[in-house]
Ligand binder design. Structure first.
Ligand SMILES: NC(=O)c1ccc[n+]([C@@H]2O[C@H](COP(=O)([O-])OP(=O)(O)OC[C@H]3O[C@@H](n4cnc5c(N)ncnc54)[C@H](O)[C@@H]3O)[C@@H](O)[C@H]2O)c1
Length: 342
């Protein structure tokens, strides 16, 4: 498929590689940074495109990927959707509900096809976990316990670089940017949220909007409870994502916040726990992770199927993240509004 890129940064290179691996072609790239454009065009041999040429390239594309900072998307979304070209949009879909609702209005107006890049959802190890949970063998959700702590953006306030993540005008922090993945992984297994409480903090005094540690406790609409402990500035990389149900438990663990290495489960009927080891790394194979998402996107397009991670999931994730931030800022437990239904 012919794919046009809006945003040519780090993750956009993985998107480009996934497109090529699937037999397709990157037809062009738009970015505000000359430096990023030079790197991108050198790797993919595609033209760099001026702002006023974007729509012409969009119209020639089978789909478009938007991976600009989440505060810088509305004009690009309109340029894609008005031509009825499918859109793969990186998470988080936006940083404010105002922007998210503008995107939703555009999507409704143009009857758009939008998949949100919750790439971890499409990974083999998580898909296996979801498949086992969906059999019902672990019963109803009682306690979903997610912990994912590792070095990341802002680690010891050192690797700040020139990233949008720590730019005071663009920063949204990990509770909005990264925990968006966890909302999707949890809701796919256990449904939507009723209430959310949170405390977040950041370790870069000069950018208070950039939180890089968050501690969330929530209640599911089904009655179960949820904890999410997340850090981008922990010296020991580790993760554990657990579904503890009325009949059994399943854990996905690894040594890094998105390392999906070992799936272990036990039900009340099993004498011993069973486990599968996966070679499903994000740190060592980011390209594979993004590849699975593009494969799913293209398969859904070809089959005319709904996406597993549609715009509604992206907006729900933002609702949950903003509820968590409000909880921390006002020191209250927030009741999730109706839109939060996943
Ligand atoms: N799904 C995943 O696993 C995953 C992983 C990493 C990043 N992301 C998401 O991808 C997005 C980009 O993250 P990244 O790590 O690639 O960041 P990045 O900083 O490497 O890339 C962002 C790019 O956007 C460009 N840009 C900035 N403002 C722009 C504008 N107004 N118009 C056009 N281009 C602009 C920058 O020059 C840069 O090249 C974020 O939303 C992030 O959350 C998703």
């Amino acid at each position: 498929m012919n794919v046009f890129m809006i945003g040519g940064g780090d993750i956009a290179r993985h998107h480009g590689r996934a497109v090529v691996r699937l037999g397709g072609k990157v037809t062009g790239v738009y970015d505000v940074s000359e430096k990023m454009l030079a790197v991108y065009t050198a790797e993919f041999g595609c033209p760099s495109v001026a702002y006023d040429e974007i729509e012409a390239y969009v119209q020639q594309a089978d789909y478009v990927v938007i991976s600009t900072p989440p505060t810088k998307r509305l004009d690009y979304v309109e340029m894609v959707l008005k031509h009825h070209v499918p859109l793969y949009m990186e998470k988080p879909v936006a940083c404010t509900m105002d922007d998210a609702m503008k995107i939703k209005d555009m999507a409704d107006k143009y009857d758009a096809k939008i998949m949100v890049g919750f790439a971890h959802y499409y990974r083999p190890a998580y898909q296996k976990m979801l498949e086992l949970v969906k059999t019902g063998m672990f019963g109803e959700p009682v306690d979903i316990a997610f912990s994912r702590l590792s070095p990341g953006f802002g680690f010891h306030a050192k690797n700040l670089g020139a990233s949008w993540r720590t730019d005071p005008d663009l920063a949204c922090g990990m509770t909005v940017e990264s925990v968006s993945h966890d909302w999707k992984l949890i809701t796919a297994m256990a449904g939507g949220f009723e209430t959310i409480a949170c405390n977040y903090t950041g370790t870069i005094a000069s950018v208070p909007k950039f939180d890089n540690h968050t501690s969330i406790t929530a209640r599911l609409r089904s009655g179960g409870i949820v904890t999410i402990a997340a850090s981008w500035a922990c010296d020991i990389p580790t993760c554990s994502r657990a579904y503890i149900g009325t009949k059994g438990s399943i854990f996905l663990t690894g040594e890094g916040m998105f390392e999906f290495t070992k799936l272990t489960w036990k039900t009340e009927d099993m004498e011993y726990a069973e486990s599968i080891t996966f070679n499903d790394s994000y740190d060592h194979a980011t390209g594979d992770v993004i590849f699975y998402a593009h494969e799913a996107f293209q398969d859904a397009l070809k089959a005319g199927r709904e996406f597993d991670t549609p715009l509604a999931d992206g907006i729900s994730a933002l609702v949950y993240s903003l509820a968590a931030k409000r909880s921390s800022e006002e020191q209250i437990t927030v009741k999730v509004p109706d839109w939060g239904e996943a």
